[in-house]
Design a protein around this ligand. Structure first.
Ligand code: NAG
Ligand code: NAG
Ligand code: NAG
Ligand code: NAG
Length: 313
């Protein structure tokens, strides 16, 4: 069985969504037809500690899951953590201005579809935007897991939880015949069918951010409860390994998105960020002790990733 693959699947980009949205914000706000300079690469840069930097919101923001509210739980060194800012190498990246952003997005909707990485981003994003509209209301329609409506601007921002993107369902073992290697059942994944949580949003959002990643691992789906991939209602034979299943799901979901969503919908694919539990997994006493970005030397997952793609391409 491959070792922990989950953290190694995708390229080495941290907080990509933030950057993408900021990019979008910049595109919207600096429409300068006269500017001939090539677009600056916002992703090339580094994290810089700026002690004067203050968060835009505090623990009273109502959009957190309580258990995930680091401010409320008084996680140590929040001040330090909140002082990091991303500084691109050769352009200035202004901090998002919630009023300006929502003004530019007036009468438009932004959706996130994927796993908790997208949810984390959404929560922080909602709290930032709420600064410009304290009348923000919780919003959970069309299959959304959570979200908010900003009445001043008529903007909805929401997250649809679909950890594998494709539809999947637990099916307990039917027959009691034999031990079947300790098999307790299967997770049936229909590689060509999107999860229910986002089938009804095709016309609703103007901007969509998709992701998947951390669930494609044997900690989430161990051998006794494996992912079994189906296509057109039939089990794929011979059965696919997890990463081949991921590849097929991605191909199918991307083609679904291209077919079903209007071409004017702005679509982003958000990549993976590393997990950084220390002293165990998230459910085995692991803690997030770090207050600073990973150093280049700690990013072995970059190499891992190229190994993964080399071996699977
Ligand atoms: C938290 O933020 C709210 C809304 O911006 C503000 O009214 C309140 O004074 C802040 N509370 C603290 C303790 O800073
Ligand atoms: C709010 O935005 C939606 C599009 O998201 C639009 O259909 C609707 O007419 C807008 N409502 C108002 C009052 O402008
Ligand atoms: C999607 O919307 C249709 C029409 O409103 C509804 O019948 C259907 O149950 C919805 N599907 C899901 C999975 O929510
Ligand atoms: C987690 O820590 C508690 C208390 O120290 C201990 O009882 C428990 O066995 C630990 N669990 C794991 C999975 O290490």
């Amino acid at each position: 069985m491959p070792p922990k693959l989950i953290s190694h699947l995708f390229p080495c980009l941290i907080f990509v969504t933030l950057l993408l949205l900021t990019l979008y914000f910049n595109l919207l706000s600096h429409t300068q037809p006269s500017s001939p300079s090539p677009p600056c690469n916002l992703f090339k840069g580094k994290w810089v500690l700026d002690p004067t930097r203050q968060p835009l919101y505090n623990h009273t923001c109502p959009f957190h899951r309580n258990a995930w509210n680091c401010l409320k739980s008084q996680r140590q060194n929040m001040g330090l953590i909140n002082s990091w800012k991303w500084v691109p190498e050769s352009c200035t990246l202004p901090r998002v201005d919630p009023t300006r952003f929502l003004g530019l997005m007036r009468n438009r909707n932004i959706g996130f579809v994927g796993d908790s990485l997208n949810e984390n981003f959404l929560v922080s994003f909602l709290c930032v935007l709420r600064v410009a509209d304290m009348g923000a209301k919780k919003w959970k329609r069309k299959g959304a897991w959570k979200g908010a409506y900003f009445p001043k601007f008529n903007v909805t921002v929401a997250y649809h939880r679909a950890v594998l993107l494709a539809k999947y369902k637990w099916q307990p073992k039917q027959s009691m015949v034999g031990d079947q290697g300790g098999l307790k059942g299967i997770h049936r994944v229909d590689v060509d069918i999107p999860a229910d949580d986002w089938v009804n949003i095709t016309d609703f959002y103007d901007v969509l951010v998709f992701n998947t990643g951390h669930w494609w691992g044997y900690d989430k789906f161990p051998k006794e409860r494996p992912l079994v991939f189906y296509h057109a209602g039939q089990p794929i034979s011979p059965p696919l390994e997890m990463l081949d299943g991921l590849k097929l799901v991605l191909e199918n979901m991307v083609s679904y998105i291209q077919k079903k969503f209007p071409s004017k919908t702005l679509k982003f694919w958000r990549l993976q960020s590393p997990r950084h539990f220390y002293g165990g997994e998230w459910n085995q006493n692991g803690s997030c002790l770090f207050n600073e970005p990973l150093k280049e030397s700690q990013q072995q997952w970059c190499e891992q990733r190229s190994k993964v793609s080399e071996s699977s391409d």
